[in-house]
Design a protein. Sequence first.
Length: 286
Amino acid sequence: MGWEELPTLSLHRQMLGLMRTKLIHNLVANSQPPTEEEAAEAMGAGGLTFMALRLFAFWLSWVRFHVVKDYGAMMLSQRLLDALQVWGGEGASEQEKELRKNLFEDFSRFGVAEDEGPWGHGVSTTGECSLGVKEKGNEAFKAGRNLVAVSHYSMAMDLHPSEASLYANRAAALLKWASGSGLKPEERELHLSQVVVDCTKAVEFKPDYPKAHFRKAQALVELKQWSNALSAVDVGLVACPGEETLLTQRKELIEAMPEMHRPAQEEEEEEEEGEEEEGEDLLDVE
């Protein structure tokens, strides 16, 4: 099951997820000594800039060592590199000056990030990083370690939040986990609802994404939201005309749904003679 991995993965995920918060923004906001008025109001602020710098250095080192180093590089924007060079001001202690110098030299050797990064705080990673973390998720998924896969896909999202396949893959892992035994009804509903959210996000980034439409409908069926499930399939067929697996899913859904939820009888088209083409496996990750 991979249970032994989950505590460590959870910690890595929480640490990486700080890049989505205001942590970096707040640390940089405290990179210069306070004025006399600010220091008086705070009842003294000695060592504040050095503390902020050490926290920043710790976070950067943690993420790079535990998440990034095996796949690619972490880069800082020009704004952050400039902030490092003057961190603490001219009155900074020798220790602080040495640390800011080491951080600047360490990260500037990877070049300057083209923009402020996916979350607007100045930290970016090369594309290989999210791909590497995603592949870890794929390996866990194929081994049946679905919660481990969910953690890896979530971390990959932090690195590359606009990649549609990450949301679709996490949805696949959550679907498999929710279909297992032993979950309380409220936990199962929570996981299935997240599948719907993830698939909705996936098709925002990639509207013609059969797997995302298919899994969204699957989750809605499990939630007994029959009308919403049928709507999800129909939206998918508009975006992916003639997608065989979605057509089959629609037919099976109508047959399975309670009569009170069924749409008005539609005229059935005659099936073409000959063998049907085998559709894509929409249950697998990519």
